[in-house]
Write a new protein. Structure first.
Length: 95
């Protein structure tokens, strides 16, 4: 195992955090059974930027996907949540 790769339990906790964050965020896409277009555009722009610039947060944390673009999509959705959200996550992870 590489030195910079987190231990399996930490990988599971990181991915659980990603799933919970993304699920919570996706629930906000629909308000009163109506699609929130602004949030959808934000998600799509975040994913496009993440793919175009090959941004992959899980990979940077030592968690690589076997499926192409999954890390980019996760990163794009997290990017669409905003810089404060990502800063809080990175602060927690590195403390």
């Amino acid at each position: 195992m590489e030195e910079n790769k987190p231990k399996p339990i930490l990988q599971i906790l990181i991915m659980a955090f990603f799933v919970e964050s993304i699920t919570t965020y996706m629930k906000c896409l629909f308000v009163d059974n109506t699609l929130t277009v602004g949030m959808l555009i934000s998600i799509l722009v975040g994913i496009c930027i993440s793919i175009c610039y090959d941004m992959d947060l899980p990979k940077q944390l030592g968690i690589e996907s076997r499926a192409v673009f999954v890390g980019n999509i996760i990163t794009g959705i997290l990017i669409s949540r905003g810089s404060n959200y990502l800063y809080d996550f990175i602060s927690i992870f590195y403390q």
